[in-house]
Every structure is written in C-alpha cells, then in structure tokens.
Design a protein. Structure first.
Length: 224
C-alpha cells in the first residue's frame, strides 16, 4: 500500500511559500520606495496648497537632508502640540527620545511652507517600512501650526501620503493615535474614514491601552 498523501502538510507548505513570496514582494516595494530621491515627484499636482487664505508649497525630504533650523522647528512644534498628550499617556514624554526618532535615517518628512517666505507651517513624519509582514507607509506625526489649522491642510497632507502609498504599490497606510486625543481621533476615523488596524491591541479586563492603531488599505494591493 502506497503512502497516503498528507494534504494538510501540502497546504501548510503552500501557505508558507505564499507568505514568503508576499514578504519578498513587500520588502522589495519598501526598498524601492526608500530609494527614491523625491516621493512627491510622481505627484506634481499635490506640491501646492492654495485655498482658505493660505498659499503653500509642499516638499518631501529625508531627515538626513534637513538643516538644523528645520530639525529644531520640527521638534519644537511636536513638543508644543504633543507633550501634554504624551504626558497623559503611559508612554510619557521624553524629549531626547522623540528628537532621536525624528532624526533617524529612515525618517521622511512632508513639509508645507509659505510660498513667498518659505517659513514652514506644517509637517508629517512618515516612513516606508515593513509592519507585521506588511509593506506600509507609516505616518508617525502630522503637526500643524495654529495659523494653518481648520483650513483643510491636514486632510490634504494625509491625502498626499495616501497617494504616495498607492504610487509605491504598498499595502496600506498606518498611524497610531492616542484615545484621549479626541480631536485627532475624530479627524482620522470620522473625517478620513480610517479603521482599526488588525494589529491594534484590544482592551481586556487584564490590560487596557491608551492608543489605537488605524489604517487604510490600498484597494489595488489588498490581499483577500
């Protein structure tokens, strides 16, 4: 009598092979995205924001290309906008750690500047990265000066990041938001329609979390 075929073993092998191919494809997409000199180049129509009384230009640059004054402004704006939110969380605020994160080689920045003066008024810190085996654009920060809030700029910048994700054939765009930051949480979930990501930890009777992980999939790349 011949050996009985092990169908489950074949299925597991096929699943491992499919996962390996997916990982390889994702890693390649991330490397290709990071190899760009300018992620905004394929999106020329999204390098300007002219509405609601503001006239801005947008640029995308690596952290390593930022001059000292821009690095200082980025950290200062982050501290002004987020220190209180971090202090209320279990994470706490550590300026040294945050500054180091903002200056890491993997960091990219989408920066909005006044067209005439080139004074920076908003930025997003983002990265092309792998997250739980998925190729993603991860938005670490989006921070706006008070003078440009409630003018549609934040929504516009998030749309630019989403288009970067799509142009680079990545699976999804992700971000983390504090639950007690009700304005930001409402912006991402109610205005932009981001959903709870599958990697987001859920509260239990034993452990509660003061943040959520949100995401939006690239419809072309979503795996069924």
């Amino acid at each position: 009598m011949g050996k009985k075929p092990n169908l489950k073993a074949k299925e597991r092998k096929a699943e491992r092979k499919a996962m390996e191919m997916k990982m390889n494809s994702g890693v390649f997409a991330v490397k290709k995205a990071n190899a760009q000199s300018d992620p905004l180049e394929p999106l020329p129509s999204f390098t300007k924001f002219e509405r609601n009384g503001v006239n801005l230009v947008l640029v995308a640059v690596r952290a390593s290309s930022l001059d000292t004054s821009l690095k200082d402004w980025i950290f200062d704006l982050t501290e002004r906008n987020m220190k209180e939110m971090y202090t209320k969380s279990e994470w706490g605020w550590n300026g040294e750690v945050k500054r180091k994160e903002l200056n890491e080689d993997a960091a990219w920045f989408l920066i909005a500047k006044e067209k005439d003066t080139e004074v920076p008024v908003a930025f997003s810190h983002f990265r092309f990265d792998m997250d739980h085996d998925d190729d993603v654009l991860y938005c670490y920060e989006i921070q706006l000066e008070e003078c440009v809030r409630r003018k549609g700029l934040g929504k516009f910048m998030m749309k630019v990041l989403e288009l970067m994700m799509i142009k680079n054939d990545l699976l999804k765009i992700m971000l983390t938001v504090f639950k007690h930051n009700e304005i930001a949480s409402g912006f991402f979930k109610d205005v932009l329609k981001y959903e709870i990501d599958e990697t987001c930890p859920y509260d239990t009777v034993y452990e509660q979390f003061d943040y959520e992980i949100l995401s939006r999939f690239n419809a072309k790349e979503k795996k069924v």
